[in-house]
Design a protein around this ligand. Structure first.
Ligand code: PEP
Length: 249
């Protein structure tokens, strides 16, 4: 009932040539109709990605947005600008934005609202650090990041969010959460969502992110509460990313 979503977060990587290669590969290979795929290149590549992927089922995503609709925010990009390039999904609260750019829960909520205002679906990233996991606080940290957003949204807005659980210690480290660790956190998130609304909990998609690769994706995606993946490093390799998409389909 929940269609899996595989989203490729290129971070500050990639080239125009790589966009072309992805366009060709997805045009040749196609995708199972039972899986959704989104590619999230850096903002300057969105126009080229829109062209290259236009004939494929791959959707476009972005990596961040400014909470304001326009104005004196040098270097920033608004939700409306992303929407003009056909962007459907936008990452919000990625751990790199939280740690490197000091985006706290208030900033994350503002970006979720801005995404909704522009007609985009935010992919809300949640995750604990290694220290938080080792001190036994993983679940409390993740649920408090969730509540910081969901407590302030109404029913309709809550229904228009994709959640990505990304343990910070697994992002870009090659260290993946075990399927059991990931499933346990996803189940805890879904249970907490059930306190807001049982139907909401059943229908929201929860992605896993953190060193997902072609050789571990199938096992992670087989977990009952894992509805897809947010893929960083492996989304820069055409064959690996295709293989992950295929294991979700
Ligand atoms: C990410 O940046 O969201 C991510 C999951 O990265 P990686 O797959 O490289 O760990």
């Amino acid at each position: 009932m929940r269609m899996p979503l595989i989203a490729g977060n290129w971070k500050m990587n990639g080239t125009l040539a790589l966009i072309e290669r992805f366009g060709q590969a997805f045009a040749e290979t196609g995708l199972a109709p039972s899986v959704e795929v989104a590619l999230m290149p850096p903002a300057p590549y969105l126009a080229a990605a829109q062209d290259a992927l236009g004939a494929t089922p791959v959707m476009l995503g972005a990596q961040t947005l400014n909470p304001e609709p326009s104005g004196a925010h040098t270097g920033e990009v608004s939700g409306a600008m992303l929407a003009e390039f056909g962007v459907r999904y936008v990452l919000v609260g990625h751990s790199e934005r939280r740690s490197l750019y000091h985006e706290d829960d208030v900033a994350v909520l503002a970006r979720v609202r801005a995404a909704h205002g522009a007609g985009l679906t935010p992919v809300l990233c949640l995750g604990e650090t290694l220290a938080e996991r080792e001190s036994g606080h993983s679940e409390a940290v993740v649920l408090s990041q969730l509540e910081a957003v969901f407590d302030s949204l109404d029913y309709d807005a809550r229904g228009c969010v994709v959640i990505a659980y990304e343990p910070v210690w697994a992002i870009g480290t090659g260290r993946t959460a075990t399927p059991a660790q990931a499933q346990a956190m996803h189940a805890a998130i879904r249970t907490r969502l059930g306190d807001y609304d049982v139907d909401l909990a059943a229908r929201l998609r929860l992605l896993y992110g953190g060193s997902m690769k072609a050789d571990n994706a199938a096992e992670l995606l087989a977990q009952p509460d894992i509805d897809g993946g947010l893929v960083g490093g492996a989304s820069l390799k055409v064959d690996d990313f295709l293989a992950i998409c295929q294991s979700a389909g």
